[in-house]
Design a protein around this ligand. Structure first.
Ligand code: ADP
Ligand code: MG
Length: 239
């Protein structure tokens, strides 16, 4: 587990487009924090800055108390799962899950144990020798999550991981993600534009609008006591 703290964060693209003017956010150790807000409000940019895939223009980021503002993605205690699964098509499920650990030269005994454990957690045991093309969308997304799990990160970063799945699968995966959070005992930061997903998954919701935090708090607190019309409209009116 690890906390994430963003202090006075600004993000300006190409020296002219300020997407995030000045943002402060503390993500609690072990929480399931959901960043929610309309398309284009800066959710992915924020997550990518935490991951180190995007530089910050101003401000500092700490993960687990360590300043990682300028650290490489691989030197941060994180693993990220994207909307597009980005699996290697020519590799089996097992190899896909194993790949990052091979690169990091983790000993093979340990790698094997971790792949087995991830497969068990994610119900992939019977699929380990298949190729991605032989899997359903939900199974592929599980493999992508498996790749993150084996890194045993303090913080999982999810960017709309379920938005390519159909509604019933999305519901099932939601339940699985909540269970996973409990079992792994880690911090999860989860981006979505889906209010229902936010309400059901989060123990803390951060509502963003145009690069700013409108309000954050427990789901029911936001639902019952929205501080702005924007929050009321966003949390109060599921699609
Ligand atoms: P969200 O994930 O909430 O939909 P994003 O973080 O992807 O929003 O984007 C926020 C804003 O930043 C958008 O206006 C987007 O066009 C802009 N943006 C994102 N990436 C870049 C980039 N590499 N260069 C310029 N503008 C960008
Ligand atoms: Mg996005």
């Amino acid at each position: 587990m690890a906390e994430v703290t963003l202090r006075d964060i600004e993000k300006t693209f190409h020296g002219k487009t300020t997407v995030i003017p000045d943002l402060n956010l503390h993500i609690e150790d072990g929480s399931f924090t959901v960043l929610v807000g309309p398309s284009g409000c800066g959710k992915s940019t924020l997550l990518r800055m935490i991951a180190g895939l995007e530089t910050v223009t101003q401000g500092t980021i700490t993960i687990g108390g360590e300043d990682v503002t300028t650290a490489e993605p691989s030197d941060r205690d994180i693993a990220m799962v994207f909307q597009s699964y980005a699996l290697y098509p020519h590799m089996t499920v097992a190899r896909n899950i194993d790949f990052g650990m091979r690169l990091a030269k983790v000993p093979s005994k340990e790698r094997e144990a971790k792949v087995t454990e991830a497969a068990r957690l994610l119900n992939l045991e019977d699929l380990l020798e298949r190729k991605p093309a032989e899997l359903s969308g939900g199974q592929r997304q599980r493999v992508a999550i498996g790749r993150a799990i084996v890194r045993s990160p303090g913080v999982f970063l999810f960017d709309e991981p379920l938005s390519n799945l159909d509604a019933s699968l999305r519901n099932r995966m939601r339940v699985e993600l909540a269970e996973l959070h409990q079992r792994l005992d880690t911090t999860m930061v989860y981006v979505t534009h889906d209010q229902v997903e936010a309400m059901t998954l989060a123990d803390c919701i951060v509502v963003m609008n145009a690069g700013k935090i409108e309000q954050m708090g427990k789901p029911m607190a936001l639902y019952q006591r929205p501080e702005t019309l924007f929050v009321a409209g966003f949390i109060g009116s599921p699609k």
